[in-house]
Design a protein around this ligand. Structure first.
Ligand code: UDP
Length: 412
């Protein structure tokens, strides 16, 4: 059997204060139609990155609503995850050769994992490319299969896409975050666009008193009384942490006393992370104003919450971004964001909500310097960002969208 991440159940009532009445009613009525159905969500890692964050949030809500949801993990040797990370990078546009031994290893581990799935699921939702080919090895079950792609596949390296295409076509439905991410060659009779969301009830996003947030910053070596820029991200080249350090060095020339925090997590399926982490710590060693913080499972939820709350400006310098939950997380806390116009980020800052989108390091430097000296504008942006997230990017809307798809696939 695949390893299960046991996340329990949560009462949907906890979310109602954040949910319009109509939406809450629809969630409950869809849940009634799906009651007792068995749903498996399968991904590659229990921590580190947005997918585990999403599953940690939605699986307990499904269970609380009476749906039998489970979160299952695939496993594999390090060579498998090195290959799937290169798939991930290639699908985001990196030019990487796809060797026949990489194909073989990928399919072998997918086969091994597929053999460990039980038979009686109603729907199996497979997240991202790592477990994508599993469906091939479970042809005869009664389950409906959904492939949920979380990454920016708008300009993929063709060789990898062509290889994966036949596995994608075997699914009953496929889901992308944005229409722009669907490569033209991917045609599917059941293609849905569903945006992710953040969990307002979780320790990461719940209200945190200011004095507690300050204590957390102090505990992590950061002075909460001095201006602070923060980026929260996995140590991944697509998140460009070295670029953040470069931007910070330019900004602080004009603003002495400024601090930078880089909070980062590692994921089990991300062998590149430690190398980049080393590069960043070496480049910033001995600098009292740059705080690089991580541990094996990433900086904890409450710590991230405190940093997103108390930072003067949140940065996100991503080159590619599937969605970027960190944007909604920061906006939800009323903190302005200056972010690269990449992937799913502009969706979350539509119409100028919550901050500025930029296209270069220079523009980032300019916008951040401007905001550092504009406290009133920071507050106005904070409010507009928070409202935009409240309307579009909280978990009840995501659960509703997903349940609509499940109900229609199961015809209930
Ligand atoms: N995160 C965290 N600790 C860290 C770094 C990241 O908890 O040290 C969380 C972050 O708050 C967010 C998720 O990891 O919830 C990252 O998701 P996102 O969609 O921003 O990016 P991904 O890693 O999926 O590319």
């Amino acid at each position: 059997m695949l390893e299960q991440v046991d996340v329990g159940a949560v009462d949907f009532g906890a979310y109602e204060p954040y949910t319009d009445r109509e939406l809450a009613q629809e969630v409950r009525s869809l849940a009634n139609r799906l009651k007792g159905r068995r749903i498996a969500h399968i991904n590659a890692t229990p921590f580190g990155g947005g997918v585990s964050e999403l599953l940690r949030s939605i699986v307990p809500i499904y269970c609380g609503l009476g749906i039998d949801a489970e979160w299952l993990l695939i496993s594999g040797a390090p060579e498998f995850f090195t290959i799937t990370k290169s798939f991930h990078n290639a699908l985001q546009g990196a030019r990487i050769d796809l060797t026949s031994s990489a194909r073989e290893t990928y399919l072998n581990y997918n086969r091994l994992n597929a053999q460990q799935i039980e038979d009686d699921y109603d729907v199996i939702v497979v997240h991202d490319p790592q477990p994508l080919a599993m469906r091939r090895f479970r042809e005869n079950g009664r389950a409906k299969w959904v492939w949920r792609c979380h990454i920016d596949t708008s300009s993929p390296h063709e060789e990898h896409l062509l290889f994966l295409l036949e596995y994608i076509s075997e699914y009953d439905a496929i889901v992308f975050t944005m229409r722009e991410f669907v490569p033209p060659i991917v045609e599917h009779p059941r293609l849905e666009i569903i945006t992710p969301a953040i969990d307002p009830v979780s320790p990461k996003n719940m209200t945190l008193p200011e004095d507690m947030s300050q204590t957390i910053l102090l505990w992590l070596g950061v002075n909460p009384r001095r201006p602070l820029l923060t980026q929260v991200s996995r140590f991944d080249p697509w998140k460009d942490p070295m670029g953040v350090v470069e931007a910070f060095n330019l900004i602080r020339k004009e603003m002495p006393g400024l601090q930078l925090a880089l909070l980062g997590s590692m994921a089990l399926d991300d062998p590149q992370g430690w190398d980049l982490h080393k590069q960043v710590t070496e480049a910033t060693k001995g600098d009292p104003d740059i705080h690089v913080r991580t541990n094996l499972v990433g900086v904890g939820d409450v710590e991230v919450n405190a940093f997103q709350r108390l930072s003067t400006v949140i940065l996100q310098k991503s080159i590619r971004e599937g969605f970027g939950l960190v944007i909604s997380e920061s906006l939800w806390k009323g903190t302005p964001v200056v972010a690269n116009r990449a992937g799913g980020i502009p969706l979350q800052m539509e119409g100028g909500a919550g901050g500025y989108l930029v296209d270069s390091t220079d523009e980032m430097v300019e916008r951040v310097l401007h905001l550092l000296s504009a406290p009133e504008e920071r507050k106005t942006l904070g409010r507009s960002g928070q409202e935009h997230v409240r309307k579009h990017f909280l978990t009840p809307r995501l659960i509703r969208d997903e349940m609509r798809l499940l109900a229609s696939l199961l015809d209930v």
